[in-house]
Design a protein around this ligand. Structure first.
Ligand code: Q9C
Ligand code: ZN
Length: 371
């Protein structure tokens, strides 16, 4: 089952961004979603598309993101225009670099200052309806998450009754944009504003009636297979032991300052953050082998109740802003490796920018998962 909303393709359309100092078109575009949707619609035997979106309100978003940051996202564009900002959208020109912040104690309310305080790069352009778009992506993801609980209960019953084998776990997909895994509790960046996967994860942990095997909250293992490190998801859950955050990503690319295998979590969270940085030479075989090892060494022993996948296909060999060698034949193998975990899984769309192959690549992962 695929959860999406037409708002994912109509809202949040910045005209340009800056890459290597040059103005380019905005890579995180509605066409990305249209391409994926078109592929899934033309495979009706495998995919059922749901346009139903429930409203979970502000509460689940506030559990992950700070109030002042959310207020900023909501009001930034209007203030920006009022102060003479360019209509393409809010982009910082001054970001509080940590070497300055050692001395600086100021937190000015000026929009030019706030645009830097709440953003870490030049790719998260805030337009008139960015807040609404990010809100919508979070609500679609939550809608899918609620259904994950339902289908997972059904799955457990069927397994107990012996009508379904554990080898065929159910799966859902939230087809959303803007993506989320670079958004931290109080900073946007990397095309991300609200962290959809983190919001969904925290919501599952917070449900009072959802009990895990030990009587505590359900346990979630996050598998981040986007090409880029999910600095946002890592930051949000760095000091807790639920969820387990695991990521395969490039060892030499954006976001540059996080993603090392030495980042293992802190306090109660120590040992529950697993980063596996990989080189640009990474092929289908390398990727699948590393993923299978990650699953065997870390995901299976964690004994989660649910898997949430940050699904990026910017690992593709022809992705215009990334650099691995994964081919369209590799994606079904990746999906199959995830299926072999044997747990109900929610896939949430993150990156992937090769429009021509987005459908077949995302579809390949999902089909590989379905087996
Ligand atoms: N030379 C996601 O995939 N610009 N975000 C990087 C690369 C930002 C990627 C520049 C890339 C953000 C969700
Ligand atoms: Zn990415």
């Amino acid at each position: 089952k695929v959860f999406t909303s037409t708002l994912c393709t109509t809202l949040h359309t910045p005209q340009y961004e800056f890459l290597s100092g040059a103005q380019t078109h905005y890579y995180e575009s509605p066409e990305r979603l249209e391409a994926i949707l078109q592929y899934l619609t033309s495979n009706p035997d495998s995919f059922e598309i749901m346009e139903h979106v429930e409203d979970f309100g502000y509460e689940p978003i506030k559990r992950v993101h700070k109030q002042d940051f959310l207020e900023y996202l909501k009001t930034a564009y209007e203030e920006w225009i009022k102060e003479g900002g360019h209509p393409n959208g809010v982009l910082p020109a001054t970001i509080p670099h940590f070497k300055l912040a050692r001395l600086g104690k100021l937190r000015p309310s000026n929009i030019l200052a706030k645009s830097g305080e709440f953003c870490f790069d030049l790719s998260a352009v805030i337009t008139k309806d960015t807040f609404k778009a990010a809100w919508n992506a979070a609500q679609v993801t939550l809608t899918a998450t609620k259904d994950l609980v339902r289908i997972s209960d059904e799955f457990e019953k069927s397994v107990a009754a012996g009508t379904v084998s554990r080898e065929n776990p159910p799966g859902l997909y939230a087809l959303v944009r803007p993506p989320g895994h670079h958004a931290q509790s109080d900073v946007c960046g990397g095309y991300c504003f609200m962290n959809n996967v983190a919001i969904a994860t925290q919501w599952l942990i917070d449900q009072p009636d959802l009990k895990g095997k030990d009587g505590g909250p359900k346990k979630i293992a996050i598998l981040d297979i986007d090409f880029h490190h999910g600095n946002g998801t890592q930051e949000i859950f760095y000091t807790v032991s639920n969820p387990l955050y695991t990521s395969l990503h490039s060892n030499e690319d954006y976001p540059y300052f996080s993603g090392s295998d030495l980042e293992k979590g802190e306090g109660e969270g120590l040992g529950f953050n697993i980063n596996i940085p990989l080189p640009h030479t990474t092929t289908d075989d390398d990727y699948v082998e590393t993923l299978e090892k990650l699953i065997k060494d870390h995901v299976i022993p964690y004994q989660a109740d649910y898997i949430i996948v940050s699904l990026g296909v910017d690992t593709f060999k022809d992705d215009p802003i990334a650099g691995f060698l994964v081919t369209s034949e590799g994606y079904p193998r990746i999906g199959n490796a995830i299926r072999k975990i044997g747990l109900p899984t929610l896939f949430v769309q993150e990156g992937g920018y090769c429009i021509e192959k987005l459908g077949i690549n995302v579809g390949g992962i999902l089909k590989g998962y379905l087996g």
